[in-house]
Design a protein around this ligand. Structure first.
Ligand SMILES: Cc1ncc(COP(=O)(O)O)c(C=O)c1O
Length: 404
């Protein structure tokens, strides 16, 4: 499969499927009858793109960095197995995700458990059943529960209290956030670190879709500074977990890698490299690793734009349809033979199958003529789609194909 590389601009090039790739993959899926007359929609996951993203972050960060990919961004078991096969770890946002990580074959030492509401029982089960697991504590009360749980490597999540210019719903670094201990409580944080033998790390996940790289770096650097202060008091921490939060960034159609982010980070906080670094990227790793093909069932012509009705909507795209900050997806049209349609364009609304009027994947999109039985191809659906599947209207979950 030919993928588009941007080798001139990046040291560790990022790849992304082109329109021609979508066409040839669709044709192959038709030929192999993975898409057949019964198919309504198919979610095509591309391990090749996932591997490219993982190779990129492995290349950019120092050897030995634990890249624990956020399970919540794509929790399909085959996807998680693929991440583990690539020697990366998994970040779990719930105990159920810890169990998923185990099912995917992830070694305990590569599981990072980050839920803000861990129960006494969940902590105990990790301590007994999954020794070596990393748990980032979200508050002092949780730290009290972790005292003496010596099979667990404990980190403390710190809220840097900085504006990172991300959409409000992904902002976790304000004073009213439920995530992490505010950095203003530094003295108490240090007391806990010094008191607890199993507390060997600090954690920050400063938010998602972060817009302000400079402040993101300052936020991480402020955590490194605390680790250095702790070191000066006689305890050298083992890890600094810098979280995720980087979107799948593009400029003029080209992917932006993490080289600049990491080199700026090391300029600002050179001591970071003396710690075992953990990352928790979700969207950056997953967004481009999948796309969706959905069959057009009807074209409604009573209004303008005409409405093309397909078989996925707010069930697969809750973030796109319900949120105030919908991610963008490129949309293409292929005919029933998998041929990319071109020619004169007109505007369409792309309606989903759910019985409520807001169920539109996109509106007013310029596309070539669409007919029933064509496929709408929705690009870049790897992150926060399948893992957010909504049962509203009770439709069967979209079929997933791992495309190799
Ligand atoms: C603790 C934690 N780590 C990592 C992530 C992944 O974030 P992103 O997909 O923005 O990289 C999240 C997302 O909410 C998170 O809460």
């Amino acid at each position: 499969m030919s993928v588009t590389n941007f080798a001139n601009t990046l040291i560790a090039p990022l790849s992304r499927y082109s329109e021609a790739d979508y066409q040839s993959i669709t044709r192959n899926l038709l030929l192999s009858e993975k898409i057949n007359s019964e198919t309504k929609s198919i979610y095509v996951y591309c391990p090749e793109i996932l591997k490219n993203r993982l190779d990129h972050i492995k290349y950019v960060f120092p050897e030995g960095t634990l890249h624990a990919v956020a399970i919540k961004s794509n929790s399909h078991l085959e996807v998680l197995r693929e991440i583990v096969r690539n020697n990366c770890g998994l970040e779990a946002a719930s105990f159920e995700e810890v169990l998923l990580a185990k099912q995917a074959g992830c070694p305990n030492e590569k599981i990072v458990f980050d839920s803000p509401v861990k129960t006494v029982q969940e902590i105990e089960e990790c301590n007994v059943q999954f020794p070596g697991t990393i748990i980032n504590a979200n508050c002092f009360q949780e730290l009290d529960r972790l005292k003496g749980k010596n099979n667990i490597k404990v980190g403390i999540r710190i809220n840097p209290l900085l504006d990172l210019d991300n959409p409000g719903m992904y902002d976790v670094s304000g004073n009213h956030s439920k995530f992490g201990i505010p950095i203003t409580q530094k003295e108490k944080i240090i007391r806990y670190v010094l008191e607890m033998d199993n507390c060997i790390g600090l954690h920050i996940h400063a938010g998602s879709e972060i817009g302000d790289q400079k402040n993101h770096i300052i936020a991480i650097a402020s955590i490194v500074e605390i680790a250095e202060e702790i070191k000066s008091m006689g305890k050298k921490l083992d890890f600094i977990d810098i979280g995720g939060g980087i979107s799948s960034r593009m400029t003029a159609g080209e992917q932006i890698g993490l080289e600049d982010f990491f080199s700026q980070l090391i300029l600002q906080a050179p001591q970071l490299e003396q710690y075992h670094i953990i990352t928790e990227y979700g969207r950056f790793v997953q967004a481009h690793s999948a796309f969706v093909l959905s069959k057009v069932e009807y074209i409604l012509e009573h209004c303008n734009p005409h409405i093309a009705l397909i078989h996925v909507g707010a069930d697969l795209f809750p973030r796109e349809i319900y949120s105030s900050h919908p991610p963008h997806h490129d949309i293409f049209v292929l005919d029933q033979n998998g041929e990319l349609k071109s020619g004169e364009q007109r505007r369409y609304d792309i309606g989903g199958p759910l019985c409520f009027s807001g169920d539109f994947v996109d509106k007013n999109v310029l596309l070539p003529e669409i007919n029933p039985n064509d496929f709408i191809c929705i690009a870049d659906t790897g992150a926060n789609t399948l893992s957010m599947w909504s049962r509203h209207c009770g439709r069967e979950e979209v079929e997933v194909v791992m495309y190799r």
